[in-house]
Design a protein. Sequence first.
Length: 132
Amino acid sequence: MKIFRTIGIAAIILLFISAFLPWVYINFGKLHDAYLTGMNTGITNYGKPAILALFFSLLFLITVFIPKVWAKRTGIFFAVIVLAWGIRNYFLFTCEMGYCPHRQIGLYLTLLASLAIMVSALMPYVPEEENR
């Protein structure tokens, strides 16, 4: 179905946008009034958690446009990694050591985009070959 290809592309764009939106708000310890994003986590030890999801979503985008069965299967593999990394980021940023920061819209959009990428990978568009 061709609509799932469009949904996958829109989800990748949403994932890129949500990487720069605030994921959590922390007002605790050394982090006073700190908004953490997927690309800027301040002085925490989280690094840049959105980099891996963005990398594998770009690889998934490449496989969307290749009309071969192996590309669709590889796309499912990349989508599973993006979804697993999105779930990991959600659990990593929600609570740690008894402190639960305020979740922001970027964290939810990352999880939603990862799920949409997975759904679009499970419904690939394979063009029909002409009968000769």
